[in-house]
Design a protein around this ligand. Structure first.
Ligand code: GLY
Length: 426
């Protein structure tokens, strides 16, 4: 089996790692990949936005399966281009990826299908005064979201009315996020604890990976600015058996059925971000892909051969597959460059990854890394590594992950020391 993975982050390293475990020994290509993926396959300089180039590569390299990691190529229709050539692909069509690519679409979809989520209104460019009237009427706290893709910067939780007015003006009048923010969704603030579900679906059947929780803020105690995610753990204890059953019944199944009934069957991996409120689980957002860094904790818990699982999603054979999970927990701690999520310095030499990788249960996933001409591993991004570990419970997984972090060193490396605190408190 020859597999092309699109993407360059920790998520894609974890996907490559899971596929590489397969006894079928797949040949992997990662476009563009990073300093970790090159040990598992071939990193290729391929622009996912150039569909003709991707199709050409797939034909030349006789690729059997494509796994698309990030959201942008999915929203841009890469899966459609591949399916039109009968190439099996893990990733929804552009029409289905609107669940992430257009918050206005996803909120209307949830309303049509009675899926629990925060109350909202949508405003478009030219409707600034109506949007301002609405936030003044609702008051703070309130959430202002750019409808389009905004690389994690599109959801603004406004604690005060002034900040809500600013956010609406920045997006609708000043074009802060360009086209992505030219339509905004303004929604009620939901109180509770967040958790994520990852639904593997072939368009008809579905299987759930373990629930997970990530840590979005840079600072301990969940303080400071938002990041791409500073760590994660799975399963998330907040997602009890009862809550999971409720989320499946009220969110997962109506979402998949609704998409199918509207003529946009969802085939790929659906990330359902939930808020566990006093009224039960409500949808914060959908993403049309696996999470980062959640992938680095959910895929290590997958016991079934990942080549079979991904192949079944792409070929509509999930019903034939018995997907099983490892017992216990998995946790990961992200090591980032000093200054992240603001401006940060790149090019720092990274030491100790091999030592960490040899520790029991530990697996280091690379995100912003590359190997230079001298063979030295260097930092190339804000989030540099995710040190993951499995254990018989969350405490054991965290202890192992932090032992891995201790073994690794690069100038200015920062990490949070309280990953998993909510799970441990339960
Ligand atoms: N960790 C959040 C995300 O992947 O969107």
């Amino acid at each position: 089996m020859r597999i092309l993975i699109i993407g360059s982050g920790g998520r894609e390293h974890a996907i490559a790692w899971a596929l590489h475990q397969s006894p079928s020994r797949p040949v992997l290509f990662i476009a563009p990949g990073n300093g970790g993926t090159l040990h598992l396959g071939t990193n290729v300089a391929l622009d996912a936005a150039d569909h003709a180039a991707v199709l050409g590569f797939v034909a030349n390299e006789r690729i059997d399966l494509v796994v698309v990691g990030p959201e942008q190529p999915l929203v841009d229709g890469l899966s459609d281009a591949l399916r039109a050539k009968d190439i099996p692909v893990v990733g929804p069509s552009a029409a289905a990826a609107r669940l992430e690519g257009s918050k206005a679409f996803s909120k209307d979809f949830m309303q049509r299908h009675g899926i629990p989520t925060a109350a909202y209104r949508t405003f478009r460019a030219g409707q600034l005064s109506q949007a301002l009237d609405f936030v003044r009427q609702e008051g703070a706290p309130i959430v202002v979201k750019a409808s389009g893709l905004a690389a994690g910067k599109g959801a603004i939780v406004c604690e005060t009315l002034v900040s809500a007015e600013e956010a609406v003006t920045d997006l609708l009048e000043d074009g802060l996020l360009g086209e992505a923010g030219s339509t905004v969704v303004i929604e009620s603030f939901m109180q509770g604890e967040e958790a994520s579900l990852f639904v593997l679906t072939d368009g008809s059947d579905y299987v759930l990976l373990p629930s997970a929780q990530d840590h979005k803020r840079i600072g301990e105690g969940d303080t400071g600015p938002n990041t791409g995610g500073m760590g994660a753990y799975a399963p998330a204890p907040v997602m009890t058996k009862e809550r999971l059953e409720e989320a499946i019944k009220r969110v997962v199944e109506p979402t998949l059925t609704g998409m199918r009934n509207e003529g946009n069957p969802y085939q790929g991996i659906l990330y359902v971000g939930l808020m566990i409120t006093t009224e039960g689980p409500k949808v914060v957002e959908y993403n049309c892909r696996l999470g980062d860094p959640e992938t680095q904790v959910v895929l290590p818990l997958l016991a079934t051969d990942a080549v079979e699982v991904f192949g079944a999603i792409a070929s509509g054979r999930l019903a034939d597959l018995d997907v099983s999970l490892h017992p216990g927990a998995c946790a990961c701690v992200v090591m980032a460059s000093a200054g992240y999520p603001g401006s940060y310095v790149k090019g720092k030499a990274i030491r100790g990854v091999e030592v960490a990788d040899r520790l029991e249960g530990v697996q280091v996933f690379h995100a912003g890394t590359a190997v230079d001409a001298e063979g030295t591993l260097r930092s190339t991004g804000g989030r540099v590594l995710a040190v993951s570990a499995r254990g018989h419970d969350l405490r054991a997984a965290l202890d192992r992950a932090y032992a891995g972090v201790k073994a690794i060193d690069f100038d200015g490396a920062v990490h949070r020391r309280d990953i998993g605190h909510r799970g441990l408190d339960r």
